[in-house]
Each structure stands twice: as C-alpha cells, then as structure tokens.
Write a protein that binds this ligand. Structure first.
Ligand code: C2O
Ligand code: CU
Length: 442
C-alpha cells in the first residue's frame, strides 16, 4: 500500500464518514394553506440532500437508520462495487432501526444519478426516501446555472394532506402501480424557478415517482439533450417534442431561455390529455443579448464501448401477469396466493437462483418480451446497457429501458462488473409483486 493510500485509511479511521440519516420529517408538499405532510426523509429534507461528488472520487456516507423499520440505500445508476449496491436481501442485510451502515465507493462516471431506499422500496420511496446524486465532470460544460429537478408524485388524503397509508393495494400491484394525486418537483407541488432571457441552464431531470411515466414538453426554452441516465450522448441532440421519462430515468438538458413572455415552462401531459405546468420559469432581466453557440458534447465516461453483438449470448425474459394480461385464471390465482401478480421468465420474485450466471466480461443480449397490458421500466443494477434498435444498431447507454405492452425490447451489455445484480421493474409496486430478478456475474 502506498503512503497516500495508507494516510487515507488512517484518516478514515480517525473521522467517521458524514451521516445520511433516514428519519421522519414534515414537508410542505401540498399548496400553502394545506397542512404539512409527514414523510420519511434523508436528513430531514424532501427530497434528500443533493449529493455532489467529483468524478473518480470516493463517496462516503454513514447511513443512520432512525426509522422504526429496517432500510438500506441504493445508489441508482452508479457502476458500483456490488457490496455497496444497497439491495437488502441480495447485497447486504437491511439496516435495523437504530443501526448504521457505512457506504464507501468510487464513482466512475460523471452525470445525473439518484439514491433511494432499497428495502421495501415500494413504500419507502413513496414516503420520500430519495435524493439526487450528481457526479461532476472535471470540466463542466459552460452554463450559467445547473438545476436539479427531481420529479415525483404523492398520493395524499385531500383533507389532511397525509400520505395514503395503504402501500400494497392489490389494484396498484396488479395495474399500473401506485400513482399520486399530486404531482410536483423537488418536494413541492408547483416549483417556480427564476431565469433571465438567454440564460443557459443545465437541467437535470430525474423521475423519482413510483410508477408515473412523465411525458414532458418545453415552452420558451430551447436546447439539446446531452445525457441519458447519467451517460453522455456522443453529441447533443434536439430535445424531442415529447420527452418521455419513465420511473428512475434521467435526462440532462442544456437549454437557453428563449421565450418572449414573462414565463417559460416544462409542461406535463396529464391523464386528461391536457398539458399542465410542471415547472414554471419566471423570466426577468437578460443574461445576454443573443443566443450562444451550440454546446459541445459532454466528455465521455470511461468504459462506454459498444458491446460486441456477434459474440453475445442471447437471453430472453418474458414478462407476464397483471390485470388484463394473457395469463390463465388458474395461473393467476396460484400467483396471487404468493402475494404476486407478475412473473419475469416464469418466476415471481428474485428467489435464490439467478435468472442468468454470466462470466465476467461476457457480452450479452437480453430480450424483454412484454406480454402484459402495461408498460414496464426495466432496470439493471451495476451496469449500463444499450438498446438494440430495430435496424440492429445500438442506442445510447442507459440503465432503465421503458418496455411497452405487447412489445419486445432487446438490450445489450458487457457483464464486466462482478456481483449479484438486481434486474427489476422500476414501477415499484410491480417489483414488489413479482417483477424482480437478478443476475450473477463471476
Ligand atoms: Cu432505482 Cu433497484 O433501483
Ligand atoms: Cu412493471
């Protein structure tokens, strides 16, 4: 061990890592005039504190559990050391009330990530246990401001503004999942951001909702998408007219405030097919006279080489079950007796055996066959993948892919990170009701 490593070790022994404490807190989620909502929080705030770490550095947090139930922290999208992945029952034991767990790991990739509870996450994330994790590029792009926008929804009793406490309603488990009746950003139902004309903003959008797929559009803001699920795109791309963000997905935008009026906005398509303001930008003053040049691409992260499809092992994962699906009545009833509604590759829940055993470095093609009546946001821990597009080319690197009802989606990745990695639907009610599996990379 070199002198520096040794000093670092001794330093660690002397000073305990910064705590990250799960605890109850009150938050003004609903509009003023409504009571505050009791939530489960990290460090007393909703969302949890925004963690910012330079790329390549080591993140250290002592998780302190002040809740009265066990919990653990998952660092979503980080290509992490398996022992630090935070999945209770697979990579660690859940941390009992009153106890602590020290997380310490290197963050290899710059970008927009997030952290959230991974013990009974269907309930714990809905109660508020999530926050943004930003890994900073050594050379950040030239913008005036960097805004993290964590989108969420909450299911509140309209009279008391308290969270509906039935987190395992069979209707949620078997249909689209738990949807909130109040949609918001950064812990508030309506977020307003101030901006100047021609100001250049980096917007980091994170979908932290349990089940809601956000369909968004921008008005008075024009720009590019530069990263998906943390990973830089090879070149900035025009922002799609309708930006789709499935649960757990992120997108980094670089936008200029170009609107003529006093307001710009990010709007959300509602179930009523109308556009609703999700985030309002109040424009006052001018940052510059004219628009700037197009931004440069973000610097690539290490280890982004495309997977060699010709050498890849082919795997298929059929997604079945749920309401209005094609599973037989008998099969469904058997499944429901175990508290499940869904299966991945014929199996409900992660169980003791992995879906696949892969050798380290092995290229893999994994085809999801969504044979249900619902969309599912499939997330692989520990490694990013690329979607194999219809024409056989590879899409951008992501960690969560939205699969559509009745469709197949193939992903390709190189199994280069050893460990037990969860593979599950990020509609968290689905994950709890059978849509969780895992792979073992050795
Ligand atoms: Cu966002 Cu299993 O994770
Ligand atoms: Cu699902």
């Amino acid at each position: 061990m070199g002198a520096t490593a040794l000093t670092a070790r001794m330093g660690n022994a002397a000073t305990a890592p910064t705590p990250l404490t799960a605890q109850r807190a009150m938050a003004q989620i609903a509009p003023e005039g409504y009571p505050q909502t009791e939530v489960w929080s990290y460090d007393g705030t909703l969302p949890g504190p925004q963690l910012r770490v330079p790329q390549g550095a080591s993140l250290q947090r002592r998780f302190v559990n002040k809740l009265d139930v066990p919990s653990s922290v998952h660092w979503h999208g980080i290509r992490i050391d398996n022992a630090m992945d935070g999945v209770a029952g697979l990579t660690q034991d859940a941390v009992p009330p009153g106890q602590t767990f020290d997380y310490e790991f290197v963050v290899p990739d710059a970008g927009t990530y997030w952290y959230h509870a991974h013990t009974n996450s269907m309930e714990q994330v809905a109660r508020g246990l999530s926050g943004a994790l930003i890994i900073e590029e050594p050379d950040a792009p030239d913008v005036d401001r960097d805004e993290v926008l964590l989108l969420d929804d909450w299911l509140l009793d309209p009279d008391t503004a308290q969270l509906e406490p039935d987190f395992t309603h069979p209707m949620d488990l078997s249909h689209g999942g738990r949807f909130g009746n109040l949609v918001g950003t950064n812990g508030h139902y309506a977020l307003t951001v101030t901006a100047k004309r021609h100001e250049r903003l980096r917007l980091r959008l994170i979908n932290a909702a349990n089940a809601r797929i956000f369909v968004l559009r921008l008005t008075g803001l024009s720009g590019w998408q530069v990263a998906l699920d943390g990973m830089p795109l090879p070149a900035p791309e025009p922002i799609p007219e309708e930006l789709v963000l499935a649960p757990a997905q992120r997108v980094d935008l670089i936008v200029d405030v170009t609107g003529d009026g006093a307001q710009a906005a990010i709007e959300r398509l509602g179930n009523d097919e109308q556009w609703h303001s999700q985030i309002a930008f109040e424009i006052s003053g001018e940052a510059s006279r004219t628009r700037r040049d197009a931004p440069a691409p973000l610097p690539p992260n290490p280890n982004m080489a495309p997977t060699d499809l010709t050498q890849a092992r082919l795997l298929e994962m059929k997604i079945e079950g749920g309401a209005m699906g094609r599973m037989s009545r008998n099969q469904m009833q058997g499944l429901m007796q175990s508290g499940n509604f869904w299966t991945l590759a014929g199996k409900a829940g992660p169980g003791d055996t992995p879906f696949a055993r892969l050798s380290k470095g092995e290229p893999v093609r994994l085809r999801f066959v969504n044979d249900t009546a619902f969309p599912h946001a499939m997330h692989l821990h520990g490694m990013h993948f690329r979607e194999v597009l219809e024409d056989g080319s590879l899409g951008p690197m992501r960690d969560t892919v939205l699969t559509f009802a009745g469709r197949s989606h193939e992903i390709a990745f190189t199994a280069d990170n050893p460990g037990k990695w969860l593979l599950h639907c990020h509609m968290l009610a689905h994950a709890a009701a059978g849509m969780s599996s895992w792979i073992d990379v050795t």
